[in-house]
Design a binder for this molecule. Structure first.
Ligand SMILES: [Zn+2]
Length: 282
């Protein structure tokens, strides 16, 4: 029963953010003439649909974290159905609010299905950096563009689904872990990082030596080849068991590139609270 209630609540969160997204798209379109949803890059990359899909799926994401529900097939199905309905709703609100220059409502003149057919097939290809070259009407291909936009919209949701799948969970209670504290340590070389890492995790976690090393600041200006160890202290909201997650990345001159094979997790024995150790500033 409780599980059904939670799943329904998550679905409601996703529905609310999807409705808000649809309304926002229409408001922006009415105010600026710019249709965020159909905005594409290089004709077919549905950048706008992916973006609105992410906004719409944010409700599932935060709802799942809040209610501690794991992403499952049911959530995936809900996402597909709600995405389809949201897309229809975007078309419908645009139809219902479209007023011609002579003051007549389009919805008084033609039925929705006809409006939809006209909008999809008479949309114009805009080519060029600012869309300044008009390559003509899209015709029947407009329906395929709508399908591509639907897939783009879904991709936004699948992104949220994937992040939820990778979110750390308590091994006992299956609850999502909360980040209690985090700390970044920078090193000039992989060797420096490795020796810090090896020493730290060989120490008993409740020893003063461990606390001292975990607190120690390792700061430097990041340049090409600088290594970073990102330590996160997670806590289970149910059983309070803590876990340390360690992720390693290296600065390639532009951004931090994750070294996934060096990512590790350590479960702290029950009853030990390291929040003070990780939060304390020296
Ligand atoms: Zn737990």
């Amino acid at each position: 029963m409780e599980h059904i209630l939670k799943t329904t609540s998550v679905a409601a969160c996703g529905l609310v953010t999807s409705l808000l997204t649809a309304l926002l798209v229409t408001v922006i379109e009415r105010l600026t003439g710019f249709d965020v949803f159909t905005f594409s890059l290089w004709l077919i990359i549905p950048a706008g649909a992916i973006g609105t899909g992410i906004a719409a799926a944010s409700g599932y994401y935060f709802g799942s974290l809040y209610f501690h529900t794991r992403p499952n097939l049911l959530l995936l199905l809900q996402m597909v159905v709600v995405a389809g309905l949201t897309q229809l709703l975007i078309y419908y609100t645009q139809y219902a609010t479209l007023i011609l220059d002579n003051g007549q409502r389009v919805s008084d003149l033609i039925p929705f299905a006809q409006y939809l057919d006209i909008t999809l097939t008479t949309a114009h290809y805009r080519v060029g950096r600012a869309g300044q070259v008009d390559a003509g009407e899209v015709g029947q291909f407009g329906y395929w563009l709508a399908v591509i936009q639907f897939i783009g919209f879904l991709l936004g949701g699948l992104g949220a689904f994937g992040i939820l799948l990778g979110h750390p969970v308590c091994a006992h209670c299956k609850k999502y872990l909360r980040v209690l504290a985090k700390s970044d340590k920078l090193f000039g070389s992989a060797d420096d990082l490795a020796s810090y890492d090896d020493t730290l995790f060989q120490l008993p976690v409740d020893s003063p030596q461990f606390a001292e090393m975990a607190r120690a600041e390792h700061k430097m200006k990041a340049e090409k080849g600088t290594w970073k160890q990102n330590l996160k202290l997670y806590g289970c909201p149910e059983c309070k068991t803590q876990t340390i997650g360690s992720e390693v990345s290296v600065w390639n001159g532009k951004d931090w590139k994750s070294v996934n094979e060096l990512a590790r997790k350590f479960t702290i024995p029950p009853g030990i609270d390291l929040a003070g150790v990780f939060r304390a500033k020296t």
